[in-house]
Ligand binder design. Sequence first.
Ligand SMILES: NC(=O)c1ccc[n+]([C@@H]2O[C@H](COP(=O)([O-])OP(=O)(O)OC[C@H]3O[C@@H](n4cnc5c(N)ncnc54)[C@H](O)[C@@H]3O)[C@@H](O)[C@H]2O)c1
Length: 247
Amino acid sequence: MFDLKGKTALVTGATGGIGRAIAKTLHAQGANLILTDISIEPLKVLMDELGAGEPVAVFAGNITEEKELKALVKFGEQHFGNIDILINNAGITKDTLSMRMTDEMWDAVLKVNLTAGFRLTREVLPQMMKKRWGRIISMASIVGVIGNVGQANYAASKAGLIAMSKSIAGEVAGRGITANCIAPGFIATPMTENLSDNVKQAMLDRIPMKRMGTPQDIANVVAFLASEESAYITGQTINVNGGMLML
Ligand SMILES: NC(=O)c1ccc[n+]([C@@H]2O[C@H](COP(=O)([O-])OP(=O)(O)OC[C@H]3O[C@@H](n4cnc5c(N)ncnc54)[C@H](O)[C@@H]3O)[C@@H](O)[C@H]2O)c1
């Protein structure tokens, strides 16, 4: 698809539904990978699936902990010298109507989905600036564009990622670094599998393509945004949603 040989990509939330597809797709394009998530066991399984001896390093940690986040970036640099592509993919939901949403639910979602993405970006930017090449790709969501009942925290975090990316894109555009978001619609992953059949059907009714997206649908766009071929695209949000939202 695209040639990522010689580039190193750091993927957060790498053992989740979309993260696994991103890892496999970037690996197939020849990238060195730093894969991170909370637990080590699923990371080891993923590493085995990618093949022993391949340029893949795994790091288990919580990206909301500043120390662990800094250790992650250091780990990546020690392994591969530098990080060229950052994929801010880790995300969580804690849904309820706003009147019932506690501060803890609000803070937890903002911390993982937005603050950690900002801090990681801040950590990797200096080396990208030096190299005059970089790709920051953040996983937003359709609800960060249109909002969603019961997801004020999640929607705000994703809208925040979109605005953050535009701001950073402007700051570093002159250095060959792009910052973009992908806004998936309704994708079949562990995050969506627990929804009731009624909710799933209601979502499907809103999708002109009449199917949920696959993690691969998202990973394909990540591969493009990570590549040389996307060099003139920055500050954008690519909507990948089967026509659920047409902008
Ligand atoms: N599935 C969808 O329909 C959908 C739609 C729009 C956007 N997204 C976004 O895509 C991204 C991936 O979603 P997914 O569906 O693969 O979800 P998922 O739940 O399968 O994967 C998310 C991963 O993030 C990791 N993670 C969570 N908190 C973390 C932390 N503090 N530190 C480190 N890792 C942490 C989890 O362990 C998990 O492996 C998320 O940002 C999500 O918001 C998903």
